[in-house]
Design a protein around this ligand. Structure first.
Ligand SMILES: Cc1cc2nc3c(=O)[nH]c(=O)nc-3n(C[C@H](O)[C@H](O)[C@H](O)COP(=O)(O)OP(=O)(O)OC[C@H]3O[C@@H](n4cnc5c(N)ncnc54)[C@H](O)[C@@H]3O)c2cc1C
Length: 302
């Protein structure tokens, strides 16, 4: 019934639209039910048209590469938007400045910067997300974060208003930023430093090697589950979890990675319920053992 209503409502739309679409393949955990509406605009014009038509639907979620999100098993009652084609462009604005669409992968930006002998982007080769997700999460590793290279963000409000937000107007924290949740990031401008291509390449290889040694690869995971509790402990969260919980703990197919205690893994067919039980179990036992309150880094999509 609702599907027929949506089909009629969005009939005139360009860009790909799907109804009652599975979320499972859209995220790294491979977990989740269906979404009422899944929309992939190719152009900004498509997106503006879609936002006009969907004014009455308030629940919407913008998805990047899905590398930091955990979806529920039930129907997502609303819209999932994933930016497509025209949002994957990348260009050199001048000697040290790059503009990248928000659907560009972090590693593509890192590679592009290297090809143009720009340093400062090396750490991005280790993060499996997109520019949009990286800005929202202020993602980072090896002491560098998005905020260190960001000049400005171009975004659109649900009302259709487009704005450019300078980086200095954004309050970035540890794996978060204060930009309103209803903003859809369209593209971003970054600044690097002119450097030596061979040196940049070596730095990328070194960082990737370090990362591969410490964290699991080619598994269904959302990366770091919890944030490091920097104000409560000098220990890293993986150490705290390792000291508090047995690595063998398992709920359905939801497990803790052998290689990194803060990476939770879907070994096969884990559901949201399994993964959430594991998250709650670890949180509770860490609190009991160490008194530390862990905060989630992964985004739970309601
Ligand atoms: C194996 C693995 C390793 C990881 N290593 C790291 C690491 O070293 N450092 C680190 O910080 N993270 C790491 N992560 C987590 C994750 O990769 C980052 O948080 C990444 O930046 C998320 O980007 P994404 O495109 O996948 O975003 P998603 O997971 O799709 O979404 C994350 C958030 O960003 C929002 N978002 C996405 N795109 C947009 C947009 N265009 N406009 C507005 N909001 C948007 C979503 O709504 C959501 O709130 C890792 C994850 C995995 C699976």
């Amino acid at each position: 019934m609702k599907k027929e209503y949506f089909e009629k409502k969005f009939k005139s739309l360009t860009g790909r639209i799907y109804f009652d679409h599975s979320i499972k393949k859209l995220n790294w955990f491979n977990i989740g039910g269906n979404t009422e509406i899944y929309y992939k605009p190719d152009t900004l014009q498509d997106l503006i048209e879609f936002l006009k038509l969907s004014k009455d639907i308030n629940n919407f979620f913008v998805l990047g590469a899905g590398s930091n999100v955990l979806f529920k098993d039930d129907l997502f009652e609303g819209i999932i938007i994933k930016l497509n084609k025209n949002f994957s462009r990348i260009s050199l604005l001048n000697q040290d400045t790059i503009v990248a669409g928000s659907a560009v992968l972090d590693k593509t930006l890192s590679e592009f910067a290297k090809e143009n002998s720009l340093s400062g982007f090396e750490f991005l080769s280790c993060i499996p997300g997109t520019i949009g997700g990286g800005i929202r999460m202020n993602s980072g590793c090896f002491g560098r974060e998005f905020k260190d290279i960001l000049v400005s963000v171009q975004a659109i409000k649900k009302s259709g208003e487009i704005l450019t937000i300078p980086s200095e107007d954004i309050d970035f924290g540890y794996r978060n930023c204060n930009l309103p949740k209803d903003l859809i990031f369209l593209s971003a401008t970054f600044k690097g430093k002119k450097g030596n291509k061979e040196k940049i390449e070596k730095e990328i290889i070194d960082l990737k090697t370090k990362k591969d040694q410490a964290q699991p690869t080619r598994v269904k995971t959302g990366g770091s589950t919890f944030k490091n509790p920097t104000e409560q402990s000098t220990k890293k969260v993986w150490e705290i979890i390792k000291d508090s919980v047995s690595k063998d703990i398992q709920f359905g197919d939801a497990t803790i990675s052998e290689k990194h205690s803060n990476f939770f893994v879907n070994k096969g067919n884990a559901s949201y319920k399994d993964m959430k039980r594991l998250i709650d179990y670890v949180k509770k036992n860490v609190k009991k053992k160490s008194g530390i309150n862990l905060d989630l880094e992964i985004v739970l999509v309601e």
